[in-house]
Write a protein that binds this ligand. Structure first.
Ligand code: 8YV
Length: 314
C-alpha cells in the first residue's frame, strides 16, 4: 500500500477536518508531542507540509528543522504568526483562507459597532438583573448618520464598508494609497482618519508593519464620544493606551474581537462597561469554519498532486 504523505499539524482542527486529514495523510500532532524536539527528530525529515492556524503560525526555527518542507497551509486569513521571510528563504509556499471568511468577519465588525452604540450586552444585563421595573434603560446612540472610518480597505474592510452604507453611515478609510475604484473618502493614515470620524473600525492585516498602527494619539483624537472596533489583531492597537483611555473616559467605547495575549487577555477589560468583548470569534460560524477547513485541505491536496495552490500568500 502506498504510504500517505506526512504532514505536521500544529494544533487541533474541528473533528470533521481532523477526520478528513487523517483519511489522506499521516498526521503528526505537534501539540500533543511530549517533546516536540523528539517528534521532529524522529519524523521531521519526511514532513512536506505544515497545517497550522492564524494563532499558532510557524516559526523560522520550526521550518528550519523540516528539510523536506514545501508548504505551510494556514487555517485563517491572517498569516502574521508565520515567519514569511523564513518561508521565502527556505522555498516554502504559504497558503491562507481568504474570501471564505470575509462576510462573517465583516458581520462581526458591524455587530460589535451596533452592540457598542446600542449597548446591547448592557441592555441584556439590565433586563436579567431585574432593573427594568425601576425605570427605563438610558438612551443609546444611532448608527445611522455616523461617520465611520475603516483602517485597511482590503477584502474585509470593503465588505464592512458595503454593509455600513446600508445603515446610512458615511464612510472614509485609511490606506497607504488611495484606491481609485472605491467610492469612499481616502485618508493617508489612521490619525488623519480619526480626526474626521465618529467610529473607527480596524481591519488591517496584523504583523510587524501594523503594530500599534492605532496608537494613543489616534485614540485620543477619536475622543470621549469616539468608538473603536477591532476585528484584525490585538497588536494593531496600543492596548495599554486603549485601556487607559477607556477607563478615564477619554475614549468613548470599544468593541473588540481581538486582544493581546489571547485567550488570557488583560483582566482590566472585564471591569470596563464601555466595552463589548468577543472571544476572537469573527470567523467562528459552522459554515465559515467548514469552508476554511476545506480550503486548507484543498491547498494541501493541490500541493501533493503537483497542481497550483488555490490561495497562495504572495
Ligand atoms: C481565526 C483569524 O479565528 O482568519 C484569521 O486570521 O484570525 C480567524 O479567522 C483563526 O485563524 C483560527 O485559528
Amino acid at each position: 500500500m502506498k504510504k500517505s504523505p506526512e504532514i505536521l499539524l500544529m494544533g487541533p482542527y474541528p473533528p470533521w477536518d481532523m477526520q478528513a486529514l487523517e483519511e489522506n495523510y499521516t498526521v503528526h500532532r505537534y501539540w500533543q508531542a511530549q517533546s516536540p524536539e523528539t517528534l521532529l527528530a524522529q519524523v521531521g525529515s519526511g514532513i512536506q507540509a505544515i497545517a497550522t492556524s492564524g494563532h499558532l503560525g510557524a516559526s523560522r526555527g520550526l521550518m528550519q528543522q523540516l528539510p523536506a518542507l514545501k508548504l505551510v497551509a494556514c487555517y485563517g486569513v491572517g498569516v502574521d504568526a508565520i515567519d514569511l521571510a523564513a518561508a521565502r528563504e527556505l522555498g516554502v509556499a504559504v497558503t491562507n483562507t481568504p474570501d471564505v471568511l470575509t462576510d462573517d468577519v465583516a458581520d462581526m465588525a458591524v455587530v460589535l459597532l451596533l452592540s457598542v452604540l446600542r449597548r446591547i450586552p448592557q441592555g441584556d444585563r439590565f433586563v436579567r438583573s431585574g432593573q427594568w421595573p425601576n425605570g427605563p434603560m438610558p438612551l443609546t446612540q444611532s448608527l445611522k448618520n455616523k461617520r465611520v472610518g475603516i483602517a485597511g480597505l482590503g477584502r474585509i474592510g470593503q465588505a464592512i464598508a458595503t454593509r455600513l452604507q446600508g445603515f446610512g453611515c458615511s464612510i472614509a478609510y485609511s490606506a497607504r494609497e488611495k484606491k481609485l475604484a472605491m467610492p469612499y473618502r481616502w485618508t493617508p493614515n489612521p490619525l488623519a482618519l480619526a480626526g474626521e470620524v465618529d467610529c473607527l473600525v480596524v481591519a488591517v492585516a496584523g504583523g510587524a508593519g501594523t503594530k500599534h498602527l492605532v496608537d494613543e494619539q489616534v485614540l485620543r483624537t477619536l475622543g470621549p464620544h469616539g468608538v473603536v472596533v477591532n476585528v484584525s489583531r490585538g497588536s494593531t492597537i496600543d492596548e495599554e493606551a486603549l485601556l487607559k483611555l477607556l477607563a478615564s473616559g477619554e475614549l468613548g467605547a470599544a468593541g473588540l474581537d481581538v486582544f493581546d495575549n489571547e485567550p488570557t487577555i488583560n483582566p482590566a477589560f472585564f471591569d470596563l462597561d464601555n466595552t463589548v468583548l468577543a472571544p476572537h470569534h469573527a470567523s467562528g460560524t459552522h459554515q465559515t469554519r467548514r469552508a476554511m477547513g476545506q480550503l486548507v485541505r484543498d491547498n494541501l491536496a493541490a500541493y501533493f498532486a503537483g497542481k497550483p495552490l488555490l490561495t497562495q500568500v504572495p
